[in-house]
Design a protein around this ligand. Structure first.
Ligand SMILES: NC(=O)CC[C@H](N)C(=O)O
Length: 314
Protein backbone atom coordinates (compact mmCIF):
# COMPACT_ATOMS: atom_id res chain seq x y z
CA UNK A 1 0.00 0.00 0.00
CA UNK A 2 1.43 3.45 -0.83
CA UNK A 3 1.47 5.95 2.01
CA UNK A 4 -1.30 8.00 0.34
CA UNK A 5 -3.56 5.00 0.00
CA UNK A 6 -2.88 4.04 3.57
CA UNK A 7 -3.72 7.53 4.78
CA UNK A 8 -7.03 7.44 2.89
CA UNK A 9 -7.86 4.05 4.30
CA UNK A 10 -6.98 5.23 7.79
CA UNK A 11 -9.28 8.17 7.30
CA UNK A 12 -12.09 5.80 6.34
CA UNK A 13 -11.56 3.21 9.06
CA UNK A 14 -10.16 4.96 12.15
CA UNK A 15 -13.59 5.84 13.62
CA UNK A 16 -14.81 2.29 13.16
CA UNK A 17 -11.78 0.84 14.98
CA UNK A 18 -12.12 3.27 17.87
CA UNK A 19 -15.84 2.58 18.22
CA UNK A 20 -15.13 -1.17 18.09
CA UNK A 21 -12.50 -0.96 20.84
CA UNK A 22 -14.53 1.28 23.18
CA UNK A 23 -16.34 -1.60 24.82
CA UNK A 24 -12.95 -2.92 25.98
CA UNK A 25 -12.87 -0.09 28.52
CA UNK A 26 -15.30 -2.18 30.61
CA UNK A 27 -12.45 -4.64 31.24
CA UNK A 28 -10.23 -2.01 32.87
CA UNK A 29 -10.08 0.29 35.87
CA UNK A 30 -9.11 3.95 36.09
CA UNK A 31 -6.00 4.51 38.25
CA UNK A 32 -6.90 5.77 41.71
CA UNK A 33 -3.62 5.57 43.67
CA UNK A 34 -3.18 9.19 42.62
CA UNK A 35 -6.66 10.31 43.79
CA UNK A 36 -7.06 13.06 41.20
CA UNK A 37 -6.62 10.57 38.31
CA UNK A 38 -9.74 8.67 39.44
CA UNK A 39 -11.88 11.51 38.06
CA UNK A 40 -11.10 10.53 34.44
CA UNK A 41 -13.99 9.14 32.36
CA UNK A 42 -13.90 5.36 32.53
CA UNK A 43 -15.38 4.67 29.10
CA UNK A 44 -13.41 7.20 27.04
CA UNK A 45 -11.17 6.25 24.13
CA UNK A 46 -9.55 8.67 21.71
CA UNK A 47 -6.78 8.61 19.13
CA UNK A 48 -4.86 11.14 17.09
CA UNK A 49 -2.52 10.28 14.27
CA UNK A 50 -0.19 12.75 12.54
CA UNK A 51 1.80 12.30 9.34
CA UNK A 52 5.01 13.98 8.18
CA UNK A 53 3.06 16.71 6.36
CA UNK A 54 1.41 17.65 9.64
CA UNK A 55 -1.99 16.28 8.62
CA UNK A 56 -3.92 14.88 11.55
CA UNK A 57 -6.62 12.25 11.84
CA UNK A 58 -8.64 12.08 15.03
CA UNK A 59 -11.32 9.75 16.31
CA UNK A 60 -13.26 9.14 19.51
CA UNK A 61 -12.69 11.22 22.64
CA UNK A 62 -9.59 12.91 21.31
CA UNK A 63 -10.49 16.24 22.92
CA UNK A 64 -9.97 14.65 26.37
CA UNK A 65 -7.19 16.33 28.35
CA UNK A 66 -5.00 14.06 30.46
CA UNK A 67 -1.66 14.23 32.23
CA UNK A 68 1.38 12.65 30.62
CA UNK A 69 2.40 10.57 33.65
CA UNK A 70 4.98 8.03 32.50
CA UNK A 71 4.90 9.24 28.89
CA UNK A 72 6.94 12.21 30.17
CA UNK A 73 9.72 9.76 31.05
CA UNK A 74 10.57 9.43 27.36
CA UNK A 75 11.45 13.10 27.17
CA UNK A 76 13.17 13.49 30.54
CA UNK A 77 15.36 10.57 29.49
CA UNK A 78 16.20 12.28 26.19
CA UNK A 79 16.86 15.58 27.95
CA UNK A 80 19.17 13.87 30.47
CA UNK A 81 21.08 12.29 27.55
CA UNK A 82 21.36 15.71 25.91
CA UNK A 83 22.44 17.36 29.19
CA UNK A 84 24.83 14.71 30.46
CA UNK A 85 25.74 12.36 27.63
CA UNK A 86 25.35 8.60 27.39
CA UNK A 87 28.14 7.53 29.75
CA UNK A 88 26.94 9.62 32.70
CA UNK A 89 23.33 8.50 32.24
CA UNK A 90 24.14 4.80 31.97
CA UNK A 91 26.38 4.97 35.02
CA UNK A 92 23.14 5.43 37.00
CA UNK A 93 20.49 3.44 35.09
CA UNK A 94 20.64 0.10 33.30
CA UNK A 95 19.48 -1.03 29.87
CA UNK A 96 17.31 -4.01 30.70
CA UNK A 97 13.62 -4.72 31.36
CA UNK A 98 12.72 -5.87 34.87
CA UNK A 99 9.68 -8.09 34.40
CA UNK A 100 8.31 -6.42 37.57
CA UNK A 101 5.61 -3.80 38.07
CA UNK A 102 6.53 -0.22 37.17
CA UNK A 103 6.76 0.90 40.79
CA UNK A 104 8.57 -2.17 42.14
CA UNK A 105 11.64 -1.83 44.34
CA UNK A 106 12.43 -5.53 44.47
CA UNK A 107 15.49 -5.56 42.19
CA UNK A 108 17.03 -2.45 43.70
CA UNK A 109 17.92 -4.53 46.71
CA UNK A 110 18.36 -7.89 45.05
CA UNK A 111 20.65 -7.05 42.15
CA UNK A 112 24.03 -5.34 42.54
CA UNK A 113 24.95 -2.48 42.19
CA UNK A 114 21.45 -1.34 43.14
CA UNK A 115 20.83 0.99 40.21
CA UNK A 116 17.44 1.00 38.42
CA UNK A 117 17.20 -1.52 35.60
CA UNK A 118 16.02 1.02 33.00
CA UNK A 119 14.94 4.66 32.68
CA UNK A 120 11.22 3.92 32.24
CA UNK A 121 10.35 2.20 35.53
CA UNK A 122 9.63 4.70 38.31
CA UNK A 123 12.98 4.16 40.04
CA UNK A 124 14.81 4.77 36.75
CA UNK A 125 12.77 7.84 35.89
CA UNK A 126 13.39 9.35 39.33
CA UNK A 127 17.13 8.79 38.85
CA UNK A 128 16.89 10.39 35.40
CA UNK A 129 15.04 13.41 36.80
CA UNK A 130 17.93 13.97 39.20
CA UNK A 131 20.28 14.32 36.21
CA UNK A 132 18.40 17.13 34.47
CA UNK A 133 20.52 20.28 34.41
CA UNK A 134 19.33 23.32 36.34
CA UNK A 135 20.17 25.36 39.44
CA UNK A 136 17.11 24.32 41.41
CA UNK A 137 13.84 22.41 41.14
CA UNK A 138 12.07 25.32 39.42
CA UNK A 139 14.70 25.65 36.72
CA UNK A 140 14.83 21.89 36.11
CA UNK A 141 11.03 21.65 35.86
CA UNK A 142 10.95 24.68 33.57
CA UNK A 143 13.60 23.18 31.27
CA UNK A 144 11.60 19.96 30.99
CA UNK A 145 8.42 21.90 30.24
CA UNK A 146 10.17 23.99 27.58
CA UNK A 147 11.49 20.82 25.95
CA UNK A 148 8.01 19.25 25.93
CA UNK A 149 6.58 22.45 24.42
CA UNK A 150 9.24 22.44 21.74
CA UNK A 151 8.74 18.81 20.73
CA UNK A 152 4.93 19.05 20.82
CA UNK A 153 4.89 22.43 19.08
CA UNK A 154 2.40 23.53 21.74
CA UNK A 155 3.66 26.52 23.73
CA UNK A 156 0.58 26.27 25.95
CA UNK A 157 1.55 22.98 27.65
CA UNK A 158 1.44 23.37 31.43
CA UNK A 159 1.43 21.38 34.66
CA UNK A 160 -2.04 20.47 35.94
CA UNK A 161 -1.75 21.64 39.49
CA UNK A 162 -4.47 19.42 40.98
CA UNK A 163 -2.77 16.26 39.68
CA UNK A 164 0.67 17.44 40.78
CA UNK A 165 -0.59 18.14 44.31
CA UNK A 166 -2.55 14.94 44.46
CA UNK A 167 0.54 12.90 43.61
CA UNK A 168 2.78 14.98 45.88
CA UNK A 169 0.53 14.18 48.83
CA UNK A 170 0.09 10.47 48.19
CA UNK A 171 3.35 9.25 46.60
CA UNK A 172 4.54 7.17 49.53
CA UNK A 173 5.83 4.44 47.29
CA UNK A 174 7.79 6.78 45.03
CA UNK A 175 9.25 8.39 48.15
CA UNK A 176 10.40 4.98 49.37
CA UNK A 177 11.96 4.27 45.99
CA UNK A 178 13.73 7.62 46.00
CA UNK A 179 15.13 7.20 49.52
CA UNK A 180 16.32 3.75 48.60
CA UNK A 181 18.06 5.16 45.53
CA UNK A 182 19.58 7.93 47.61
CA UNK A 183 20.99 5.37 50.00
CA UNK A 184 22.42 3.41 47.06
CA UNK A 185 24.21 6.55 45.86
CA UNK A 186 22.17 6.90 42.68
CA UNK A 187 20.59 10.31 43.30
CA UNK A 188 22.65 13.46 43.08
CA UNK A 189 20.29 15.88 44.76
CA UNK A 190 17.94 16.12 47.71
CA UNK A 191 15.14 13.51 47.52
CA UNK A 192 12.29 15.95 48.02
CA UNK A 193 13.52 18.35 45.36
CA UNK A 194 13.94 15.55 42.83
CA UNK A 195 10.46 14.17 43.51
CA UNK A 196 8.99 17.63 43.19
CA UNK A 197 10.37 17.90 39.64
CA UNK A 198 9.30 14.31 38.88
CA UNK A 199 5.68 14.92 39.99
CA UNK A 200 5.57 18.10 37.97
CA UNK A 201 6.67 16.50 34.70
CA UNK A 202 4.25 13.60 35.24
CA UNK A 203 1.45 16.16 35.63
CA UNK A 204 1.94 18.02 32.34
CA UNK A 205 -1.47 18.12 30.69
CA UNK A 206 -1.85 17.15 27.03
CA UNK A 207 -4.29 15.93 24.39
CA UNK A 208 -3.81 13.01 22.01
CA UNK A 209 -2.71 15.43 19.32
CA UNK A 210 0.09 16.82 21.51
CA UNK A 211 1.27 13.27 22.09
CA UNK A 212 0.97 12.42 18.37
CA UNK A 213 3.17 15.39 17.51
CA UNK A 214 5.80 14.41 20.09
CA UNK A 215 5.76 10.88 18.71
CA UNK A 216 6.11 12.21 15.16
CA UNK A 217 9.49 13.75 16.03
CA UNK A 218 10.64 10.32 17.24
CA UNK A 219 9.17 8.68 14.12
CA UNK A 220 11.41 10.97 12.04
CA UNK A 221 14.59 10.21 13.97
CA UNK A 222 14.57 13.41 16.03
CA UNK A 223 13.73 15.86 13.23
CA UNK A 224 10.43 17.73 13.29
CA UNK A 225 9.29 16.84 9.75
CA UNK A 226 7.02 19.88 9.59
CA UNK A 227 9.67 22.53 10.33
CA UNK A 228 12.64 20.43 9.19
CA UNK A 229 14.43 21.29 12.44
CA UNK A 230 16.48 18.69 14.30
CA UNK A 231 15.30 18.67 17.91
CA UNK A 232 17.03 15.52 19.21
CA UNK A 233 20.29 13.82 18.16
CA UNK A 234 19.56 10.71 16.10
CA UNK A 235 21.52 8.39 18.37
CA UNK A 236 19.41 9.39 21.40
CA UNK A 237 16.19 8.73 19.48
CA UNK A 238 17.51 5.29 18.54
CA UNK A 239 18.30 4.49 22.18
CA UNK A 240 14.91 5.80 23.32
CA UNK A 241 12.92 3.83 20.74
CA UNK A 242 14.76 0.67 21.75
CA UNK A 243 13.73 1.22 25.37
CA UNK A 244 10.18 1.88 24.17
CA UNK A 245 10.14 -1.58 22.60
CA UNK A 246 11.71 -3.41 25.55
CA UNK A 247 10.31 -1.42 28.52
CA UNK A 248 7.77 1.14 27.26
CA UNK A 249 4.69 -0.86 28.24
CA UNK A 250 6.30 -2.03 31.50
CA UNK A 251 6.06 -5.74 32.17
CA UNK A 252 3.64 -6.08 29.26
CA UNK A 253 6.23 -4.89 26.72
CA UNK A 254 6.83 -8.38 25.33
CA UNK A 255 3.16 -9.00 24.66
CA UNK A 256 2.78 -5.53 23.14
CA UNK A 257 5.79 -6.15 20.87
CA UNK A 258 4.19 -9.35 19.65
CA UNK A 259 0.67 -7.95 19.18
CA UNK A 260 1.45 -4.39 18.00
CA UNK A 261 5.17 -4.38 17.23
CA UNK A 262 5.78 -0.62 17.54
CA UNK A 263 7.87 1.48 19.97
CA UNK A 264 5.47 2.83 22.61
CA UNK A 265 5.24 4.40 26.05
CA UNK A 266 2.22 4.31 28.30
CA UNK A 267 1.17 6.29 31.36
CA UNK A 268 -1.25 5.57 34.22
CA UNK A 269 -3.57 8.34 33.07
CA UNK A 270 -4.35 5.99 30.15
CA UNK A 271 -2.22 7.69 27.53
CA UNK A 272 -0.05 5.85 25.01
CA UNK A 273 2.55 7.44 22.78
CA UNK A 274 3.49 5.29 19.81
CA UNK A 275 4.76 5.71 16.28
CA UNK A 276 5.16 4.09 12.91
CA UNK A 277 8.80 4.84 11.98
CA UNK A 278 9.16 7.30 9.10
CA UNK A 279 5.38 7.68 8.83
CA UNK A 280 3.20 8.61 11.80
CA UNK A 281 3.16 9.84 15.35
CA UNK A 282 0.24 8.46 17.34
CA UNK A 283 -1.36 9.55 20.61
CA UNK A 284 -4.03 7.44 22.31
CA UNK A 285 -6.01 7.97 25.51
CA UNK A 286 -8.26 5.51 27.31
CA UNK A 287 -8.15 5.96 31.11
CA UNK A 288 -9.36 2.44 31.99
CA UNK A 289 -6.21 0.38 32.62
CA UNK A 290 -5.37 -3.30 32.67
CA UNK A 291 -3.55 -4.90 35.59
CA UNK A 292 -0.14 -3.88 34.24
CA UNK A 293 -1.13 -0.21 34.14
CA UNK A 294 -1.68 0.15 30.38
CA UNK A 295 -4.82 1.49 28.69
CA UNK A 296 -6.89 -1.59 27.98
CA UNK A 297 -8.87 -0.16 25.06
CA UNK A 298 -5.85 1.81 23.87
CA UNK A 299 -3.80 -1.36 23.49
CA UNK A 300 -6.77 -3.05 21.80
CA UNK A 301 -7.24 -0.37 19.16
CA UNK A 302 -3.50 -0.28 18.40
CA UNK A 303 -3.52 -4.04 18.01
CA UNK A 304 -6.37 -3.82 15.49
CA UNK A 305 -4.75 -1.00 13.52
CA UNK A 306 -1.33 -2.64 13.47
CA UNK A 307 -2.83 -5.85 12.16
CA UNK A 308 -4.95 -4.16 9.50
CA UNK A 309 -2.13 -1.90 8.22
CA UNK A 310 0.69 -4.38 8.81
CA UNK A 311 2.65 -1.93 10.99
CA UNK A 312 4.58 -4.40 13.12
CA UNK A 313 8.33 -3.97 12.83
CA UNK A 314 8.85 -7.66 13.33
N1 LIG B 1 3.04 4.40 35.17
C1 LIG B 1 2.98 5.71 35.37
O1 LIG B 1 2.45 6.47 34.58
C2 LIG B 1 3.52 6.17 36.69
C3 LIG B 1 3.65 7.66 36.81
C4 LIG B 1 3.16 8.18 38.12
N2 LIG B 1 3.36 9.58 38.21
C5 LIG B 1 3.89 7.46 39.26
O2 LIG B 1 4.97 7.81 39.57
O3 LIG B 1 3.37 6.57 39.87
Amino acid sequence: MTNDNEWNELQNTLHRYVEGSKKETARGRVASYIPELAKAPHDALGISLMNGDGQTLMAGDCELRFTMQSISKVFTFILALMDRGEDAVFAKVGKEPTGDDFNSMLKLELVEPGIPFNPFINAGAIAITSMIAGRDADEKAERILQFLRRVSGNSGLAVKDEVYRSEYETAHRNRSLAYFLKDNGVLEDDVDRILDVYFRHCAVEVTCSDVAKMALVLAYGGVDPISGERLIPRRFVQITKTFMITCGMYNASGAFAIEVGLPAKSGVSGGILTLVPGRYGIGVVGPALNRKGNSVAGVHVLQQLSEHFDWSLF
